[in-house]
Unconditional design. Structure first.
Length: 59
C-alpha cells in the first residue's frame, strides 16, 4: 500500500470517529485539539528562542 492510500484511510477513520461523536463531544474535541496545538506551538517557539538566546549569551 502506498503512503497516500494510508493517509486517506487515516483521514477517513478520523472523519468517521468525529461523526460518531455527539455535537457537544465534537465541540469539546475541537476545543481541546486547538488548545493542545496552541500550547505545543508556544512551547516549541519559546524553547527555540531560549536555545538561541542561550547560545548568544554563552558565546
Amino acid at each position: 500500500m502506498g503512503y497516500r492510500y494510508e493517509n486517506k484511510l487515516d483521514e477517513e477513520s478520523e472523519r468517521r470517529y468525529l461523526q460518531s461523536l455527539r455535537p457537544w463531544q465534537r465541540w469539546i474535541h475541537r476545543q481541546l485539539y486547538r488548545m493542545f496545538m496552541i500550547v505545543a506551538f508556544a512551547l516549541a517557539f519559546y524553547a527555540h528562542i531560549g536555545w538561541w538566546l542561550w547560545k548568544l549569551i554563552a558565546e
